[in-house]
Design a protein around this ligand. Structure first.
Ligand SMILES: [Zn+2]
Length: 279
């Protein structure tokens, strides 16, 4: 076979494969509600949502699957950490959405818990502070602040959660309408840290509720001197630099006779005044 024929043959095979894939996609979309078909056809939609919607195209189908013993849930990390579950209780079926705060908030909470002598009291303090970490317009009725123990972590996981009754809902679009008062939460808790309190501001709110959170006076990062592998050293959990403060004044260090390797500033500690007060 000549090179030209080979190329023509592989072109034909590719066209056949593409046509078959397009037909499979069209068959998969057939009978899907319009909003679901749009997501399934979108190249931008994430695979976890496509899998979820393909399996459960409507709310009643999701509820029926739960009643048949299936675990109906999707975990997404698109721009916010979100878990959506469909659950059936005695009072009826509901759709539950759990949203986790971004790193900047988690770092303040985590260091606050490490710094506290009374873990149970600190957990209560965090739960009480959580509504105040949100902007006022998002402190809406029905929004719960929850804590989950994760067996693998030395710290519990905090989250915001809302539930919408599944009864009467047909499409997932109807669920979004029923949950519309919570709609701004995903953006507020997104990776961009746009509206929820983070860093030093989150520390301030937590301290107002008796949690011994502390932030560095120089860089503002929440810090702890009870990190499991850095005991006795003030470290932040968020930056890779850990015990090294990005705002440490190297010039002042040189004047004060602190070690500098040739021309390389080897950094310095975070600045914490008064060890964070009451623990
Ligand atoms: Zn610092």
């Amino acid at each position: 076979m000549t090179k030209g024929k080979k190329r023509a043959g592989s072109r034909v095979a590719r066209v056949v494969r593409q046509r078959a894939a397009a037909e499979r996609r069209a068959a998969a979309l057939e009978g899907m509600p319009g909003d679901v078909a749009r997501v399934l056809a979108s190249p931008d939609a994430l695979p976890e949502w496509k899998r979820f919607l393909r399996a459960y195209p409507t709310v009643p189908e999701a509820v029926a699957a739960v009643r048949a013993g299936e675990v109906v849930e999707v975990h997404s990390e698109e721009y916010v950490s979100l878990v959506r579950r469909v659950l059936v209780a005695e009072a009826g079926a509901f759709v539950e959405t759990t949203l986790h705060p971004p790193y900047g908030t988690v770092a303040a909470i985590a260091t606050g818990l490490f710094n506290s002598d009374d873990r149970a009291a600190a957990v209560r303090g965090v739960l009480a502070a959580m509504p105040e970490l949100l902007p006022g317009d998002l402190r809406v009725e029905g929004l719960e602040c929850v804590v989950e123990e994760d067996g693998d972590s030395p710290l519990p996981v905090f989250a915001y959660r809302y539930r919408v009754a599944a009864e009467g809902l047909g499409s997932w679009g109807e669920h979004e309408v029923a949950a519309s008062r919570f709609a701004g939460l995903a953006d507020a808790l997104g990776w961009a840290d746009r509206r929820i309190a983070v860093g030093a501001r989150a520390v301030e709110v937590l301290r107002g509720h008796g949690v011994a959170a502390v932030s560095c006076a120089a860089c503002g990062e929440p810090v702890t001197d009870r990190h499991p592998v850095w005991p006795g050293v003030w470290v932040d959990l968020l930056e890779e630099s850990g015990p090294v403060c990005p705002e440490h004044d190297g010039a002042a260090g040189r004047d004060g006779g602190h070690p500098v390797l040739d021309l390389i500033d080897i950094g310095g500690p975070h600045r914490v005044d008064g060890a964070g007060g009451a623990r």
